[in-house]
Write a protein that binds this ligand. Structure first.
Ligand code: F6R
Length: 251
């Protein structure tokens, strides 16, 4: 089932997403959270950090698995996804860093690292809640548009559109790593619940293709139509194409 919540703007999307994540932690304090990076979840992570600071929420027993990491970036590089997670969430909540997992972008044998990561996520029983952002090209994690879906964690060559989109975080597009390690759609689909968040008009086409288009690896997020528990939280602008097409949304 797919439930779509429409919010007025990015801030409201962030609060709603944070509440859904908090509800998962209240339901099971030792849950496994699948986490995402990028600009979209920053506000939700801030809300979660505030809840923890107020004493309303604890991540003490939570375990986490992140979706992806740039190949070749050290965890200390300020654009690595490990650094992002510490900067935006882990350093502001009471999570045990030993319980947080991000693929190792520096692994000498990247294929072995992918296998290790798949086994790790499986050994944790997969995510109870997987948070996802959405690429402009329909990617989830770094599963880029392709002629097939890849089930396992794998090394991926980033699409030019992804390199261009992520160049804003680097000094120039030349500095964006060309490859990444990403969970495949197997781990994502094995999550018990999926929470996809999106904000802004720039995501409207991708959101429409993901949930109203055909299920195709050309729009990797479209595979979520086959998941039985997906919640989308997106603002009006991101949902504009879906609502124009008459898709029902909750407020
Ligand atoms: C990041 C990730 C990506 C992003 C997507 C959207 O871990 O998995 O799929 O969610 O590229 O990025 P933003 O939120 O920056 O638009």
């Amino acid at each position: 089932m797919i439930r779509i919540y429409q919010t007025a703007d990015y801030e409201a999307m962030s609060r709603r997403a944070a509440h859904i994540i908090a509800a998962e932690v209240y339901r099971n304090p030792a849950c496994v959270l699948g986490l995402a990076t990028g600009s979209t979840p920053v506000g939700a992570y801030k809300c979660l950090s505030e809840m923890v600071a107020k004493g309303d929420l604890s991540f003490k027993e939570v375990k986490s698995v992140n979706l992806d990491e740039y190949k070749g970036l050290a965890p200390t590089h300020d654009q690595s996804y490990r650094y992002f997670m510490e900067d935006n969430l882990f350093n502001h909540v009471d999570i045990d860093l030993a319980n947080t997992n991000v693929p190792n972008g520096l692994a000498e044998d990247a294929e072995a690292e992918c296998k290790r990561y798949d086994e790790l996520v499986a050994s944790l029983g997969y995510a109870d809640l997987q948070l996802l952002g959405l690429g402009h090209n329909g990617h989830i994690g770094f599963n880029e548009p392709d002629d097939h879906f890849t089930k396992e964690t794998h090394v991926v060559s980033l699409a030019q559109s992804t390199i261009d989109a992520n160049a804003r975080f680097f000094a120039s597009a030349d500095e964006v790593p060309r490859q990444a390690l990403t969970m495949g759609v197997g781990c994502i689909m094995a999550a018990r619940r999926v929470l996809l968040i999106a904000s802004g008009e720039g995501k409207a086409d991708a959101l429409y293709a993901a949930f109203c288009g055909p299920i195709t690896p050309e729009c990797p997020a479209s595979i979520l139509q086959l998941h039985n528990d997906v919640v989308v939280v997106a603002d009006k602008a991101a949902l504009s194409k879906l609502t124009a097409a008459g898709v029902a949304v909750c407020e």
